[in-house]
Design a binder for this molecule. Structure first.
Ligand SMILES: [Fe+2]
Length: 204
């Protein structure tokens, strides 16, 4: 009895002291209400990506602060979809979808989260270079929007396995499917993914 209550007390204290510093649910719900159509794909998607990213981070032996950051930034990485969504229910877009990362950066900076903001801005595909933005005339600022820190790379890597489209929401894509999708944007994109996969994957 004494042992049980001591254990419970310790677990409660640990949970209270090691929980996320950023209340990402409060931020998500303020920008994307749970009764909005987009919430139904946003939440499953970010949960799948965050779980995958945390599994990678644990395999690599990242420390508790890094794990906590990945949890928070993973849950918030796509918050910019609110700025590109159209007025119609479901998946219609007001701004080109590719703007959601940059729009997410603005939202998270305004929330006082500059490091999380960089994850949002840099997470699309394996990142977008200034040269690609120029060449493809993308509606983005002309600078490298490419994952830099290990945490940014892990979240971007995890994101490649999960789609936001309703039909694929709960399915982890295969490595070959990701390679094929990235190949449409050039061999250099596939190479970045393969480098990440060697570093972060489980030898699939
Ligand atoms: Fe995502």
């Amino acid at each position: 009895m004494t042992t049980d209550s001591t254990t419970t007390e310790r677990m409660t204290t640990e949970t209270m002291t090691t929980g996320p510093a950023v209340d990402y649910f409060e931020i998500i719900h303020r920008h994307l209400p749970p009764d909005s159509p987009a919430y139904r794909f946003y939440l499953p998607h970010v949960v799948m990506v965050t779980a995958e990213a945390l599994a990678v981070a644990r395999r690599l032996g990242l420390d508790e602060n890094q794990l906590q950051f990945i949890e928070e930034a993973g849950m918030l990485h796509d918050i910019g979809v609110v700025a590109v969504l159209g007025d119609q229910p479901g998946l219609s877009w007001r701004l080109p979808y590719i703007c959601h990362g940059h729009e997410g950066r603005k939202i998270l900076e305004a929330e006082g989260l500059p490091r999380h903001a960089l994850v949002a801005e840099r997470h699309t595909g394996v990142g977008i270079t200034a040269e690609q933005i120029r060449q493809r005339r993308l509606p983005l600022p002309e600078r490298d929007l490419v994952p830099d820190s290990i945490e940014e790379k892990i979240i971007s890597y995890a994101d490649l396995f999960f789609s936001k489209s309703p039909a694929k929401l709960w399915r982890r894509e295969t490595v070959d499917e990701i390679r094929d999708e990235l190949a449409e944007f050039g061999a250099d994109q596939v190479k970045v993914f393969e480098d990440w996969h060697k570093q972060f994957g489980e030898g699939e």
